[in-house]
Design a binder for this molecule. Structure first.
Ligand SMILES: [Zn+2]
Ligand SMILES: [Zn+2]
Length: 340
């Protein structure tokens, strides 16, 4: 089969590789679309702390079920369109036993620790696979995984109806969090983002926006929150100023969600954490329950028009190297998909 393989740091090529071999409880998917995620770029640049080479990147895929191994899978038929939570977890360790499979002690994440979806075929765990309707737009279905991240982050934040949210970083994940937070009942959802393009898209969807580089950034935030700050600050930028802002702009008893990937220790003003009795909550990938939440949200369609706006460009499989080159340069786009 054809696959995009990262042989080593900064080296990705389309090449012929053997099709994945299935074990009991696994399924083979013929990939239709796979999205490029920031973490795929981290893997490519050798910045992912635990990725191993060679590896086929990609964990945001949708496709057609072509083979299934094992018994007790009557809900699936060959030819179904499916998505899957893109990791293997043991089901047995303490985090798994708590339903926190996303932080399994033996977590094997597709596209980093094992082969992912930028290939003609990808194998997944049957117990993490979900059917999607035959008439659903498959490009939209390719967003299931990032939407699951947003569902997970909003649910873990404990955000309640009528509360306020600040999202620091208006890329695809930040925007999806804003959409899900508003749907969950946030009365005011503000996106802090330096890109004019991204702020304009956010405004088009009715979100308030701020530019953290504005000289009166603090005054703008203060005016938006009656000087109180936000119930929940979602830090998606993975930047030092972003973390500082999140702690600063969380209201007394507020919550700071740490979502952006950071590769070095960041200084945090712990006296503010103490004085305001803040909750600081890390989040990683998504639990299976929250992945199901994303599947159901996409099937329900309530936010699909907003989600659709996150798909900026679609490359073909033979252009996958160009797609990765494109996605490494910041620009006026959100999500890049590759049609396999
Ligand atoms: Zn991702
Ligand atoms: Zn486990």
């Amino acid at each position: 089969m054809k696959a995009a393989v990262i042989e080593e740091k900064n080296n990705i090529h389309l090449k012929e590789v053997p099709k994945p071999q299935l074990k009991e409880g696994e399924a083979l998917i013929k990939v239709k679309y796979c999205g490029i995620c920031g973490s795929d770029i981290h893997v490519l640049k050798g910045e992912h702390p635990t990725a191993t080479f060679p590896v086929i990147p990609g964990h945001e895929f949708v496709g057609e079920l072509v083979e299934i191994k094992g018994t007790g899978n009557e809900e699936f038929e060959i030819g179904d369109y499916v998505v899957a939570q893109p990791f293997f977890s043991c089901g047995n360790c303490e985090p798994c036993a708590k339903g926190r499979d996303n932080v399994c002690q033996h977590l094997c994440f597709m596209g980093a620790h094992t082969d992912g979806g930028f290939a003609e075929y990808v194998k997944v765990a049957v117990r993490k696979m979900y059917k999607i309707p035959k008439d659903m737009d498959l490009k939209l279905a390719a967003l299931t995984e990032p939407v699951a991240v947003a569902v997970h982050d909003v649910r873990r934040s404990g955000l309640r109806a009528g509360e306020t949210a600040l999202i620091i970083g208006g890329g695809p994940i930040g925007m999806l969090i804003a959409m899900v937070a508003r749907y969950a009942g946030a009365r005011r959802t503000v996106i802090s983002e330096i890109s004019d393009f991204r702020r304009n898209v956010a405004k088009k969807f009715g979100f308030d926006t701020v530019n953290p580089l504005d000289a009166d950034f603090d005054e703008q935030i203060s005016a938006m929150t009656d000087g109180k700050g936000f119930d929940v600050c979602f830090e998606v930028s993975g930047s030092k100023p972003g973390v500082k802002t999140a702690v600063e702009k969380a209201k007394i008893t507020g919550t700071v969600m740490i979502i952006g990937m950071t590769s070095e220790p960041y200084p945090v003003d712990l006296s503010a954490v103490f004085a305001k009795e803040l909750n600081i909550q890390g989040v990683r990938i998504h639990s299976q329950y929250n992945f199901i939440g994303a599947v159901e949200l996409l099937k329900n369609g309530a936010l699909n028009e907003e989600f659709q706006a996150m798909i900026s460009k679609v490359f073909r499989i033979d252009e996958v190297e160009d797609a990765f080159a494109f996605a490494q340069v910041p620009g006026d786009y959100f999500k890049i998909l590759v049609e396999m």
